[in-house]
Design a binder for this molecule. Structure first.
Ligand code: DER
Length: 258
């Protein structure tokens, strides 16, 4: 209950600060926290109705996200239906872990590819995360980096990840529902790759070595290296690499209740 209350508090704070009824295109992420974000948006629209004839379009980041938008009675628009020059005013999304520089690990829900697509098409990326996600460095509490890969390439990507210092990357399999690998909205696979705790740019500025020696990486350096592996569609590190961190309003509401 404590965690759910923190998620809800974070979501309502994020929406109060970063959503307005006159917005045209708003990205909606995936996972459980974003459900509170959509609830907050719905309440905001009820309290502050948009001008007559104004449509608020919500861009989903996968099947789950679209269902959440529709269940709230909001209007979805597919990413590939957006007007060519349209940019989203804001994208709201959750995260699995967030560091002091607002870099995020994402992909716990296997939606990282469309989440990054939508986040990078937005002027601002607002991460809604409860206190459990808030760590000084990534891979402190969350143990692995989710990576979306073409099915045919998964074994070769695993080999390359091991060469980068990941001790035992694993193909994400279903647990209860069915046997076999999890498939994303793109029918790709997810590899969860453990790495040592990721250094921030600030650590490197203070002289720490994040170049991968002994498997110790700075977050953006590793994100680039993983993204460059043949067969990788997307890596679940949201950082300066794609300008997201620079845009991130990085709202971390729901601080641990005292
Ligand atoms: O997959 C993701 O990146 C999601 O945002 C997700 O992992 C966050 O999920 P949660 O809000 O249920 O913790």
């Amino acid at each position: 209950a404590l965690v759910e209350a923190a998620k809800k508090k974070a979501a309502f704070a994020a929406v109060a600060e970063h959503f307005t009824s006159t917005m045209r295109f708003v990205g909606i992420g995936s996972g459980s926290t974003i459900v509170y974000g959509v609830e907050a948006i719905k309440a905001h629209l009820a309290a502050h109705p948009p001008p007559q004839g104004h449509i608020n379009w919500f861009v989903p980041t996968g099947w789950n996200s679209r269902k959440v938008i529709e269940a709230a009675g909001l209007t979805p628009i597919a990413f590939d239906s957006l007007p060519a020059d349209a940019q989203l005013e804001v994208a709201f999304d959750g995260a699995d872990e967030v560091d002091d520089e607002l870099n995020c690990i994402k992909g716990g829900g296997a939606c990282l590819f469309q989440e990054k697509l939508v986040a990078c098409r937005s002027k601002k990326f607002v991460c809604i995360a409860d206190y459990r996600k808030n760590q000084q460095r990534l891979l402190t509490n969350w143990p692995t980096i989710p990576i979306e890969v073409a099915p045919i390439a998964y074994a070769s990507v695993i080999r390359e990840l091991v060469a980068l210092g990941s001790v035992k990357p694993i193909l994400r399999e279903h647990t209860l529902s069915k046997t076999g690998p999890v498939q994303t909205d793109q029918s790709f696979y997810i590899i969860d790759a453990p790495f040592k705790q990721l250094l921030t740019a600030g650590d490197v500025k203070q002289g720490k070595d994040g170049s991968g020696k002994d498997g110790v990486w700075e977050v953006e350096t590793l994100a680039r290296r993983i993204k460059a592996i043949n067969g990788v569609l997307e890596v679940g590190l949201f950082c300066g690499l794609n300008g997201i961190q620079a845009q991130a309003a990085g709202l971390l509401g729901g601080q641990k209740p005292v």
